[in-house]
Ligand binder design. Structure first.
Ligand code: PLP
Length: 354
């Protein structure tokens, strides 16, 4: 039987997607060739790219609004650098909100290219909350934030006004909840948290914002070039792209983001309810900023650690260990995690109390 996979990333994927993906490795489209041994310029692969791009824009409600979807290499981590390269004018300034390790890494890269103002940071309390007491300066070319802090289990519920462009790293909660995605000018996400396997990065960008910085941009970092080449400037990560496409198709068939949001709310409510009502457990993140995707918690009595870990293992639970910078536990409840897995975890928590 498959384990209950709470892994923070790479993440759980729908079983039917894994099955289709494995079939495509042996025989794609009944052409008696593998998906990963044919040209990325062949029609079947170009069709996969087009379909994936179309599904992204459709699911996010961004069709016919001037946005392009790209599937690139380098992970969300390379977007930390690509963002300032493409959006930060040579003499300009950008504003960043520091809500965790990933935000801090984005800031570090951006600082290589110019003047970066950190508008607020929650580092003082090990990133256990989302700062709200700040304004984005009007002279910032763009504002950058991280919608969901995978490591700390916090999530932005609202986003500040900004005069410049709005940029968001949505790696760990894209396609999980309804947002006005058109209020962002650039969204990026490593696929492996909530959309597919590692190896491909989704970038959704409003085309009109490009080409205004006065910089020369290295080819591989140039969004405009990737748009002009229809996301095939170089060989795209075909397999990761295909699995992402299948996952997006799965999500669409399920009813899209409104439908999955309801399921995600149910899963998160069930787990947080147990964390709050079981005296043996305690949540890490400030309640109002809790993430629907990654729930961080600890045991109130650490001498129970071995016992709890053993019960989890016996129940077939995988990937519950917290990130080393937070400790404790982290249950990642991405789109493909069945409600049943959360029930199993909650039962283990209840059994520990007994
Ligand atoms: C995992 C993660 C990243 C880094 O993604 P890579 O694809 O490994 O570069 C960036 N931001 C967030 C919010 C993440 O969860």
């Amino acid at each position: 039987m498959k384990k209950h996979n709470f892994s923070a990333g790479p993440c759980i994927l729908p079983q039917e997607v894994l099955k289709k993906a494995s079939e495509a490795i042996l025989n794609f489209n009944n052409d008696n060739l593998s998906l990963i041994e044919i040209s990325h310029r062949s029609k079947p692969v170009v069709d996969v790219m087009n379909k994936a791009q179309q599904l992204v824009l459709e699911l996010l409600g961004l069709e016919n609004k001037g946005y392009k979807a790209l599937f690139l290499h380098g992970g969300a981590s390379l977007e930390f650098l690509m963002t300032p390269y493409n959006l930060l004018p040579i003499d300009g300034k950008a504003a960043y909100l520091d809500t965790g390790t990933w935000s801090a890494k984005a800031i570090k890269e951006a600082k290589l290219l110019g003047n970066i103002e950190i508008v607020a940071s929650s580092k003082d309390k090990n990133y256990s909350y989302i700062p709200t007491d700040y304004t984005v300066p009007d002279d910032a070319a763009y504002f950058h934030c991280t919608s969901n802090n995978t490591i700390y289990g916090t999530q932005m519920k609202s986003f500040p006004n900004a005069k410049g462009y709005r940029v968001c790293d949505m790696s760990s909660d894209i396609f999980s909840r309804q947002l006005d995605f058109s209020s962002f000018d650039l969204i990026y996400a490593g696929a492996q948290k909530n959309m597919g396997p590692a190896g491909v990065t989704l970038v959704v960008i409003k085309e009109e914002i490009l080409g205004k910085t006065g910089r020369s941009i290295p080819s591989m970092l140039d969004y405009k070039l990737h748009i002009d080449k229809e996301s095939m400037f170089n060989t795209p990560p075909v397999f990761a792209l295909y699995v992402s496409m299948l996952t997006l198709e799965w999500l669409k068939n399920l009813g899209g983001i409104p439908a999955i949001e309801k399921i995600n709310q149910t899963k998160a409510a069930m787990l947080y309810d147990e964390i709050d009502n079981n005296p043996l457990f305690e949540g890490v993140a400030v309640k109002s900023d809790r993430s629907m995707m990654n729930a961080t918690f600890t045991l109130t009595d650490l001498t129970l650690t071995d016992k709890f870990d053993k019960l989890c293992e016996q129940a077939g639970i995988n990937g519950l260990k917290g990130h080393r910078s937070v400790g404790g536990y982290r249950a990642s409840m991405y789109n493909a995690l069945p409600l049943e897995s959360v029930e199993v975890l909650v039962n283990v928590m209840k059994n520990l109390k007994k």
